[in-house]
Design a protein around this ligand. Structure first.
Ligand SMILES: *Cc1c(COP(=O)(O)O)cnc(C)c1O
Length: 372
C-alpha cells in the first residue's frame, strides 16, 4: 500500500446480550467443524480512494449483499485459516498469526486485492479472541478456528480489480479432527484434473482453487478414497499436495530417517504447518529436505521399503497419515497401513507446543489478553 499504509483501528461494540454459559458449554462439548460460530466478528472496509476504514468488532451476524457484488461473479477473494488454543495453564494463544498475516498479504497481491497491514490482521485476532475467549475450548486438540477473509464488495459486473473490498474475521469452535484416534487415509492420485498450473493461483489461498478441486475430490470418493492427491499440471508426474494439505515423505527409520516435502515451486500452497514441521523435524534430529518425488518413486519406494511413512499436514488436522494409494494404474500400501512412528512423533511434538505442554523455543505461540 506504500504511502497510503495507514493504521487500521478496530472499534469494539460487544453484543448487549451474551450466550448463557450453559448453552455455550453444550455447544463446545461437540462443536464439529465450521458449523457454529462465536459471538462476535471483526469487519473492515476498503475503498481505493479512502483506504481502510469502518473497522470494528461487532456481534456476529449476516452480511447483506447486493446481487451485483463482484465477488459473487468473479471470485476475487482470499482467506486464511489458523487456530487459537487453550494452553495447559488456562491462557489462550494463537499459533503463528504473523505468518498467516504475511501469507494473507501475498495471497491478496496475487488476487489484485489490497494488502491488509499485518498489524491490523493480528489486532483483529487479538480483539476478537479476547472478547470471545470463552469460546476457546479446553478439551485436548479442540480449538477456536479463526477464518479471516477478504472479498471484492464493489457492486459492479465489469471485470476489474474491485474498488471496494471487505475484510472479515470470524471464529468457529472446532473439535478434534480425529475424535476416535488418528486414522490413516487412502488417497486417489488425480491424473485427469490439476489443482494448479505454473503462473496460476496455486500458491495463493483463494476459494477458486477449492472450487476447482471439488470434482476431483468427488471422483476420489467414488473410488473409495478419502482424499485426492494432486500431481504437477505439466507432466502429471511430480507429487504436489493432498486436498488442502501439504505432504511429507519419510525415508528410512530411526534417528537416521530423512523427511522430504515437495519444494514450493509456485504451484504449491506454502503451509505454515509444513514450515513448522521442517523446523521441528530438524529439532528432533532428522535430516529434512525440500525436494521432489514422482509417482513412480513413491510406488517403488513403498515396494522396496525405503519410503517408510507418508503424511499430510495442515492447520485443521495437524498430521494425517497416508495408509494407501490408489490410481487408475494401480494401488499400493504405504508402510504397514498404520500411523508411522515418526509421523506420530512429529504430530505429538507440534500438538505439545500448541497446548503449552512443551517449551515454545521458536516463539510460535502468540498470547492473547483475555478480559474477565
Ligand atoms: C491452507 C492450505 C494448506 C495448509 O496450510 P497450513 O498453513 O498448514 O494450514 C495446504 N494446501 C492448501 C491448498 C491450502 O489451502
Amino acid at each position: 500500500m506504500g504511502a497510503a499504509a495507514v493504521e487500521v483501528r478496530f472499534t469494539v461494540a460487544p453484543a448487549a446480550k451474551r450466550v448463557p454459559a450453559a448453552e455455550r458449554e453444550r455447544i463446545l462439548a461437540n462443536p464439529g467443524f465450521g458449523k457454529v460460530f462465536s459471538e462476535h466478528m471483526a469487519i473492515a472496509r476498503w475503498e481505493r480512494t479512502r483506504g481502510w476504514h469502518d473497522a470494528e468488532v461487532r456481534p456476529y451476524g449476516p452480511i447483506a449483499m447486493d446481487p451485483g457484488t463482484s465477488v459473487l461473479h468473479y471470485a476475487q477473494a482470499v482467506f486464511e485459516g489458523l487456530k487459537a488454543y487453550r494452553l495447559q495453564n488456562g491462557r489462550v494463544a494463537v499459533f503463528r498469526p504473523e505468518a498467516n498475516a504475511a501469507r494473507f498479504k501475498r495471497s491478496a497481491r496475487r488476487l489484485a486485492l489490497p494488502e491488509l497491514p499485518e498489524g491490523a490482521f493480528v489486532d483483529a485476532i487479538d480483539l476478537l479472541v479476547g472478547l470471545d475467549a470463552d469460546w476457546v475450548p479446553s478439551a485436548p486438540e479442540h480449538s477456536l478456528y479463526l477464518r479471516p477473509f477478504m472479498y471484492a464488495s464493489e457492486v459492479n459486473l465489469s471485470v476489474h480489480p474491485s474498488d471496494e473490498v471487505t475484510f472479515v474475521l470470524i471464529a468457529s469452535p472446532s473439535g478434534s479432527y480425529f475424535p476416535s484416534g488418528v486414522k490413516p487415509v487412502t488417497v486417489w492420485l488425480s491424473e485427469d484434473f490439476s489443482r494448479a498450473a505454473p503462473g496460476g493461483t496455486g500458491d495463493a489461498k483463494t476459494g477458486g482453487n477449492y472450487a476447482g478441486s471439488l470434482l476431483a475430490q468427488a471422483q476420489a470418493a467414488e473410488q473409495g478414497c478419502d482424499q485426492v492427491v494432486w500431481l504437477d499440471a505439466v507432466e502429471h508426474r511430480w507429487v504436489e499436495e493432498m486436498g488442502g494439505m501439504n505432504l511429507f515423505f519419510v525415508f528410512g527409520s530411526g534417528p537416521k530417517a530423512k523427511l522430504m516435502t515437495p519444494a514450493l515451486t509456485g504451484t504449491l500452497l506454502p503451509g505454515i504447518t509444513r514450515d513448522a514441521l521442517l523446523t521441528l523435524g530438524k529439532d528432533l534430529g532428522y535430516e529434512v529436505e525440500e525436494g521432489r518425488i514422482s509417482v513412480e518413486q513413491w510406488r517403488s519406494g513403498c515396494a522396496d521399503n525405503t519410503l517408510t511413512e507418508v503424511f499430510a499436514c495442515g492447520t485443521a488436522a495437524v498430521i494425517t497419515p497416508v495408509g494407501a494409494v490408489k490410481s487408475a494404474r494401480g494401488s499400493w500400501p504405504v508402510g504397514d497401513g498404520k500411523p508411522g512412528v515418526i509421523s506420530m512423533r512429529l504430530r505429538q511434538a507440534l500438538v505439545d507446543v500448541q497446548r503449552g505442554a512443551a517449551r515454545d523455543v521458536h516463539g510460535w505461540m502468540h498470547a492473547v489478553a483475555t478480559s474477565g
